[in-house]
Design a protein around this ligand. Structure first.
Ligand code: FAD
Length: 404
């Protein structure tokens, strides 16, 4: 006989594991399946090259599911300032937590810190079952239930399947949901570096003609870089001799942090704009990168996914408490209406910013410089952008808006 759950989540990355925690904490039987066993322990050095800038809204969600203290213990790097400047105009923007009601603007966190803390928490929740390493070989959905066939021949059933299996989601393909979008012809080069001068709890972002270069402040004093480059240039920099790379990097940051002293392993990720044409299907829903992949220039992909996780969990928990079916078409449509528009608006604004800074003609240059200066000197515009960047906008799931 197959094991039955209320919800099966496929993909235990930041987004899927957060949804699982929220549901299991509310006593809803949930199985979390992942193809890999997530890393739980690691040596103090080096820092993982995959990090995320997490917003205040994301912090609230992670606090609500009970993992933020464990993440703090493992190490999260707060940033109080954000400094953005344009290489081709006089445009400068400076955001300061002191201008908000919060002590910090956000946190830079290694992805493995978030994932390990979520999985540790899930192990303590009786309503959570962790199934890994395991992949889904097939998915059958009928009006009664969803049947997930694992690669080991085991079958699991559920009222609802949530796919959080990343931007190349196999489950999305299995149910026939199509995507639209394009490849950026750009890669994000990531690495951990140490610099001569302190990062001063500041997230630095320099808009260069080929793409933005971000220096994100880590808790151990180092910086995590995300450098958007053409695919060929990113590959060239991945392979470039260390000394030459350090010099190019320092130049690209205009020596704002003095010399760049060391760099760890470098990797380049091809960037894509991609959205699922539908977020739902009968007894099936997409969250996180499986639903939307966006340009990382403002570090919003995981943050958007965490809002998806909180939104679907909130709707399921509410329906369950009212004794209503959790796989109903009505509930899934509500989720889609709630999250799809917000995600498309976020991804489109990232896309417009990316294209706007790539423009090198004089009119655009002047417009950028004037626009940035206008925002920098206007209290309410700055306040608006500050709150948007912190993920604090209208219509948030309750978990995201509860100030912790
Ligand atoms: C260079 C770069 C920098 C970024 N910086 C930021 C940032 O600062 N802030 C931010 O918010 N976002 C950032 N992002 C985006 C962020 O990394 C992603 O949006 C986020 O990791 C997506 O999480 P996810 O859980 O949806 O998917 P993933 O992290 O892709 O997790 C998917 C999970 O599903 C599992 N899986 C896949 N297929 C299967 C299968 N068939 N069966 C079982 N399990 C499966 C995988 O093992 C994995 O654990 C950045 C992205 C890039 C490329």
């Amino acid at each position: 006989m197959s094991q039955h759950y209320a919800v099966i989540i496929v993909g235990g990355g930041i987004v899927g594991a957060t949804a699982a925690c929220a549901l299991a904490q509310a006593g809803i039987d949930v199985a979390l399946i992942d193809a890999r066993n997530p890393e739980r322990q690691w040596p103090a050095k080096p820092v993982d090259i995959r990090v995320s800038a997490l917003t205040r809204a994301s912090q609230n969600i992670l606090q609500a599911v009970g993992v933020w203290p464990a993440m703090q213990q493992r190490g999260v790097g707060a940033y109080e300032h954000m400094h953005v400047w344009d290489a081709q105009s006089s445009g400068v923007l400076h955001f300061d937590a002191a201008e908000t009601e919060f002590p910090v603007l956000g946190h830079i966190v290694e992805n493995r810190v978030t994932v390990a803390s979520l999985w540790d928490k899930l192990e303590t929740l009786p309503a959570a079952s962790l199934i890994c390493p395991s992949t889904v070989a097939d998915l059958e959905i009928n009006s009664e239930q969803a049947v997930v066939h694992l690669d080991n021949g085991q079958a699991l059933t559920a009222e609802l399947v949530i796919a959080a299996d990343g931007r190349d989601s196999a489950l999305r393909t299995m149910v026939g949901i199509q995507t639209a979008g394009w490849e950026y012809k750009q890669s994000g080069l990531v690495a951990t570096v140490s610099t001569e001068k302190s990062h001063r709890q500041t997230a630095w972002q320099h808009f260069l003609p080929e793409g933005p270069l971000a220096f994100l402040p880590l808790v151990n004093g180092q910086c995590s870089i995300v450098w958007t480059l053409s695919i060929a240039r990113a590959q060239h920099y991945v392979n470039l001799a260390e000394e030459a790379f350090l010099q190019e990097l320092e130049q690209a940051l205009e020596s704002k942090l003095g010399q760049v002293l060391t760099v760890g392993p470098r990797a380049a990720f091809a960037l894509r704009f991609q959205y699922a044409k539908q977020y739902t299907h009968e007894r099936f829903v997409l969250i996180g990168d499986a639903a939307h992949a966006m340009h990382p220039l403002a570090g919003q992909g995981a943050n958007a996914g965490l809002l998806d996780a909180a939104a679907i969990a909130e709707l399921i928990i509410k329906a369950d408490r009212l004794g209503r079916p959790i796989g109903s078409h009505k509930l899934l449509r509500r989720y889609e209406r709630w999250r799809k528009g917000d995600n498309l608006a976020m991804m489109s604004s990232m896309d417009v910013i990316n294209k706007m800074y790539a423009q090198q003609n004089d009119v655009f240059r002047q417009l950028r410089g004037t626009g940035m200066s206008l925002i920098n000197h206007s209290g309410w515009l700055k306040n608006y952008f500050n709150h948007y960047a912190m993920g604090l906008r209208d219509d948030l799931p309750a978990m995201a808006s509860t100030v912790s």
